[in-house]
Structure formats: structure tokens, C-alpha cells
Design a protein around this ligand. Structure first.
Ligand SMILES: [Zn+2]
Length: 323
């Protein structure tokens, strides 16, 4: 990329759209974020995305934009720029890249949001020489991204990398996907919250009873971290178990893919990174084959909420030979 060329990266999520403008060093020069409550019911859902992009470009002083990258949840068809199915947003076969490319008259690339988060943490992190990378993002759900030979893996369906739906307990608790015993059903923030709510109801967590009462929606990752800092041992045990199970899934992936780098991100990692690192390292030691695990570095991502939008901008630059 030349110094007067800029790229827009967009993260389209269930609750917000984030649009960033980056320079040729992939530094963010402007950022626009909009809440998306109710917007999916609009007849033209792209309008809100267009508006967010335009505001971010305006804030950057209307520089020359040479491309746009978009990250969206759910499986995508990256070749044709189509979001295949995103129940959260109500989109089915939505040709978002084509619509935006026509509107802004620049190339537009699309990929799954977790793939792009993994992509950015890898290429903007200290292990960018790695060729094989696994990204695991535990939060409300548990997302995954796979990179093999420096390329994002989509598989035959477009939806490869569903780390959260690795089965860890046959006949285990019901998952949002309809199966039982998925990692996500056992170790996502929703699963952790369910167990902590039971602790509160049994009167076994004084700190959380005072803090959240019976309103389980207040059990955010940061509140869980606070409870542990206040010595709530049973809360810590619940988190350690979830982190360990996440580590077992990662160990399975190490055995299959033999990556050099595993990147951890998402809300639970941001709030409880130390516990997650410890338990994941323990699980990998116990469940990954020694020959394969020796080569792996397990790192916590540094980009936070910007990861997906930055990954979208990076992928756009790469596909248009600007990287
Ligand atoms: Zn599942």
C-alpha cells in the first residue's frame, strides 16, 4: 500500500457495527461504532453498514480508500462475498460484498468474523512467521479460526473452524446448535453463568449475591473476575473447569493440525486471561501428543474489540496485492 492509500475494515456483529479506517501501516486513523438494535428488520440492512463506513471515512478526513474488508458472523462464501446464513442478523445468502462494492466503487472482501480476528492477531502479533495457526475465542459463545499454510481454512461448506461445537461430553448439556455436549454448552460464558447462578441460588457466593442478586444478566466476565479476586473459591473452580475444557478442545486441535501458534481472545480471556492460560497449558500438557505440543506457542491476543475489523482490512489488502 502507498502512504496515501487507506483501507476500511468493518466488523458487523449481532449488536454493533464497527468501521475503522487504517493507513498503510495498519494503524487505525478513525473508528465509528453504531448499535444495531432492531436494524436487521430493515428492508435494506446494508444502509446502516454504509452509513457507518461513510462516517468513519469522513472522520479520517476523506482519504483515498482503496478497498473494504467485512467480517460477519456465521458461515460465508468468501469467493463470492456472500453471507450464507447468520441467524443472529436474519441474513440468508446476503451478497454484502457486491452491494458495498457497487456503492463505494472499490474491491470488497468478506470473511467470517472469528477467522478475521485470528488473522489480525496472527499478522499483527509477534509470531507472524507462523504458517499454521488456531484461534479460539471464548465468550458468550466459543468461536474458532483456522489458518493452514498462511491461508484461512473454510472447508467445503464455508463454515470450517467451529471449535465451539467439538463434542466433549456425549449426552452432555444441550447446545444452542441443537447438539448435546459441545464445548460451547460446557464452557461458554452462558454455561459458566448457569453454574454460577446455581451457586447464588444455593447461597454459596456471598460476594455475587450482594453484587448481582437474582439478575443473572449482570454476571459479566468482569464481574466473575472480581468475584475471584474477592476470594470466591467456588466461582474460581467453575471458571477453571471451563478453561480446562477449552484447553482439551485446543489439545485435540493441536493433535490434528500441529499449529505453531494458538491465539486466545474473546471476553472471557480478556477478563480471566491468567486462569485460562494456566488451565489451557495444563490441558494441552495432558492431552496433546508430546511431539506435537512442543512446537506450539499459546498466546493471548492483544487487539481486543478491534481484531475483526483489522483482520478484515488486512485480508482486503492481501487479496488486492497491497500487503
Ligand atoms: Zn454446539
Amino acid at each position: 500500500m502507498k502512504s496515501d492509500e487507506f483501507i476500511v475494515g468493518v466488523d458487523v456483529g449481532g449488536t454493533k457495527i464497527l468501521s475503522v479506517v487504517v493507513n498503510n501501516e495498519f494503524e487505525i486513523v478513525s473508528r465509528c461504532r453504531k448499535k444495531t438494535k432492531g436494524w436487521v428488520k430493515d428492508t435494506n440492512p446494508e444502509n446502516k453498514i454504509i452509513q457507518t463506513i461513510e462516517e468513519s471515512v469522513e472522520q479520517a478526513g476523506n482519504p483515498k480508500i482503496v478497498g473494504i474488508g467485512i467480517g460477519a458472523p456465521g458461515p460465508v462464501d468468501p469467493k463470492n462475498g456472500i453471507v450464507i446464513n447468520t441467524p443472529n442478523l436474519g441474513w440468508e445468502n446476503f451478497p454484502i460484498a457486491d452491494i458495498l462494492s457497487k456503492h463505494f466503487a472499490v474491491p470488497v472482501v468478506l470473511d467470517n468474523d472469528v477467522n478475521l480476528g485470528t488473522y489480525a492477531e496472527w499478522l499483527l502479533g509477534k509470531n507472524k512467521e507462523a504458517k499454521h495457526v488456531v484461534g479460539v475465542f471464548p465468550g458468550t459463545g466459543i468461536g474458532g479460526g483456522l489458518i493452514v499454510n498462511r491461508k484461512i481454512v473454510h472447508g467445503a461448506s464455508g463454515g470450517a473452524g467451529e471449535v465451539g461445537h467439538i463434542t466433549l461430553q456425549i449426552d452432555g448439556p444441550l447446545c444452542g446448535c441443537g447438539k448435546r455436549g459441545c464445548l460451547e454448552a460446557l464452557a461458554s460464558r452462558i454455561a459458566i453463568t448457569r453454574e454460577i447462578a446455581a451457586l447464588i441460588l444455593r447461597g454459596e457466593s456471598t460476594y455475587l449475591t450482594d453484587k448481582v442478586g437474582t439478575d443473572v444478566s449482570k454476571i459479566r466476565s468482569s464481574v466473575i473476575a472480581d468475584a475471584i479476586d474477592h476470594g470466591e473459591k467456588k466461582v474460581e473452580d467453575i471458571v477453571r473447569k471451563a478453561a480446562y475444557l477449552t484447553g482439551v478442545a485446543i489439545a485435540n486441535l493441536i493433535n490434528i493440525m500441529s499449529p505453531e501458534l494458538v491465539i486466545l481472545g474473546g471476553g472471557l480471556i480478556e477478563a480471566l486471561g491468567k486462569i485460562y492460560q494456566e488451565e489451557i497449558q495444563r490441558a494441552v500438557k495432558e492431552h496433546a501428543m508430546p511431539f506435537l505440543r512442543k512446537k506450539v506457542s499459546i498466546e493471548i491476543g492483544k487487539l481486543g474489540d478491534d481484531a475483526v475489523a483489522l483482520g478484515a482490512a488486512l485480508l482486503c489488502a492481501k487479496k488486492n496485492d497491497k500487503l
